[in-house]
Design a protein around this ligand. Structure first.
Ligand SMILES: [Zn+2]
Length: 568
């Protein structure tokens, strides 16, 4: 029997909504690219992020892209005539463009995913159980890494030993870091890899704990001792990388992230490439390359990774101009307010940077500099200025990653030079507790200054620096509109003049991030011709309070018209 045509369904749906099973049959096909089929999403509150037409009730999707967006009548008129099986009833749920996280580290996150989380362990037996489970998933000889154990939570409060780890994973070397980071317990195989025996002397500043007979217990105290084993742990294998990356992809989809701009290792990029070829990529990835690599190697990687595939391609060159504010390694123009003996640590020589930047720009690479302190931000801007003076004009979209502290006189230069400020609102939500101590009241006015940057003409792109911060974009939107910590405060927000209206926050997290990777007009808005990358949320963000953002669920994530996540 032929399914009823769309027109009939539309009429019917006014009084009768389609049973959920109908929608579910659609999702059952989620592994197949919905090529040459039109799918209709109807009766939604669709926030398009297109300033010309911010709201729609329906959209039609075909071949990964938006074919029609508008009212139900419009969809019927322009894209009508479809078959019933391709209709999804949104039931007035809130839809918006998928989040594009402009700054992530998928590879690092993947590594963390593979390690065993021991924070909840309340006994050695718990640890043994978790290690045993990890061993079951690995081949003999593969390392098991874990962290977070804390013997003060156990009844006997005794440190574990290698013998207990050997019992749980006799064929795998095991390295488990204490919650403090200062101690590790390792298995006998791990000690063997590091050639630690009863005859090995304690390293200076560290201790190899021993049984009464002098044999090591497996507990290593302080970094000089833990390092002896840590440095023997090999880089993850391709299979391990892939396993970790797959877990990260799941997390991204669960959080409504449909695009990421990533800085990981090249081996990770090769994993993404395999996943893409198998059509298993569930997020679009633009991969940065290390600025410091030779121009030959950069060109090789660009040729190998490509620059045009909307699912996976190489992008900007990432360079580091300073450290971080928390550790007082961000380069400031004046000393730290809470430590006048230092003004941070610049990481590059300005002249060398300038020469390298000009050379790489000439080859057509986009430049992205990590700059946190006002001195590093100035250096980035000076460098971009030199590049523009020496090389012919073009649409460069140079980026400053973080742009956390910017001197007031440097703000307008973002506009003049068309620089993208790639910032992480959730960093502000964390750092506001101590940033003012580091910077003092005056400099704090130019810190995490999203509104000032935007007013100065900077293009904003939002991200998280995942997995430094959780990847959940709703935390970022919350910080953007409140400038309060996730658990609240300071009341009214820190430096509240730098808050942005929700629509600007959303733009920075979608079309703004797309601009930063030269993909504006292709994604970031729910607009005809753009990729069908969107999320369905449990709340209408335009009606919810910022606190409610934090408990809003992603119900469904769609990338290129394909459902990659659906909440049960
Ligand atoms: Zn980063």
């Amino acid at each position: 029997m032929r399914p009823a045509p769309l027109r009939l369904l539309l009429i019917a749906s006014a009084s009768l909504s389609i049973p959920l099973t109908n929608a579910q049959s659609l999702f059952a096909q989620k592994d197949e690219p919905p090529l040459h089929k039109t799918t209709y999403y109807l009766h939604g509150r669709i926030y398009t992020n297109d300033p010309k037409q911010p709201w729609a009730a329906a959209m039609a999707i075909r071949d990964e892209k938006l074919l029609c967006v508008g009212t139900i009548a419009q969809i019927l008129l322009e894209c009508g005539g479809a078959e019933a099986e391709n209709v999804v009833q949104l039931n007035e749920r809130f839809v918006m463009p998928g989040f594009n996280d402009a700054h992530v580290h998928v590879g690092g996150a993947a590594r963390d995913k593979l390690s065993v989380v021991l924070n909840g362990a309340t006994s050695v037996a718990d640890i043994q159980k978790l290690v045993k489970e990890a061993a079951a998933k690995r081949k003999p000889g593969e390392w098991i890494l874990g962290s977070g154990w804390d013997q003060t939570r156990w009844t006997d409060q005794k440190l574990p030993s290698r013998l207990q780890l050997d019992e749980a994973a006799p064929a795998n070397p095991v390295y488990l870091e204490h919650v403090s980071g200062h101690i590790a317990v390792v298995s006998s195989l791990a000690l063997k890899h590091a050639e630690i025996t009863k005859d090995t002397p304690d390293p200076a500043g560290g201790q190899i704990e021993r049984f009464p007979d002098g044999e090591p217990t497996g507990v290593l105290k302080e970094q000089p001792a833990t390092e002896m084993v840590w440095q023997r742990i090999p880089d993850p294998s391709a299979a391990e990388r892939r396993r970790g990356v797959e877990l990260v992809l799941e997390e991204l989809a669960r959080n409504g992230v449909t695009s990421v701009q990533d800085f990981s290792e090249w081996e990770d990029f090769l994993v993404y490439t395999n996943l893409k070829e198998e059509k298993k990529l569930t997020v679009r990835i633009t991969e940065w390359l290390p600025f410091m690599l030779s121009t030959d190697e950069l060109q090789n990687r660009r040729a190998q990774g490509g620059t045009t595939d909307p699912w996976l391609r190489t992008g900007a060159l990432k360079g580091f101009l300073d450290g971080a504010l928390g550790t007082r390694t961000a380069a400031l123009l004046e000393p730290y307010s809470d430590d006048p003996s230092t003004s941070g640590i610049p990481r590059t020589d300005p002249e060398k940077l300038r020469v390298m930047a000009i050379e790489r720009d000439k080859l057509g690479f986009q430049l992205a500099f990590h700059a946190i302190g006002d001195k590093a931000n100035r250096l980035a801007l000076d460098t971009f200025e030199s590049v523009a003076r020496v090389n012919p004009p073009r649409d460069r979209r140079e980026r400053i990653e973080h742009a956390q502290v910017v001197a007031p006189q440097d703000m307008p230069r973002f506009g003049v030079l068309h620089v993208v400020a790639s910032v992480q609102p959730s960093h502000e939500a964390n750092d506001s507790r101590w940033a003012e101590q580091r910077l003092g009241p005056e400099r704090s006015k130019g810190a995490y200054a999203w509104n000032s940057l935007q007013n100065a003409g900077a293009k904003l792109a939002f991200g998280t620096d995942y997995d430094v911060e959780p990847v959940n974009p709703l935390r970022g939107l919350y910080a953007c509109v409140t400038r309060e910590a996730i658990d609240g405060g300071p009341a009214g927000g820190w430096q509240p003049q730098e808050k942005l209206p929700l629509q600007d926050c959303i733009r920075a997290y979608t079309s703004g991030s797309a601009y930063a990777e030269f993909m504006d007009g292709k994604k970031g808005e729910l607009k005809v011709g753009e990729f069908a990358d969107f999320v369905i949320l449990s709340r209408d963000l335009t009606k919810a309070s910022p606190k409610e953002f934090l408990t809003t669920d992603v119900l469904e994530t769609v990338v290129g018209g394909r459902t990659v996540y659906q909440k049960n």
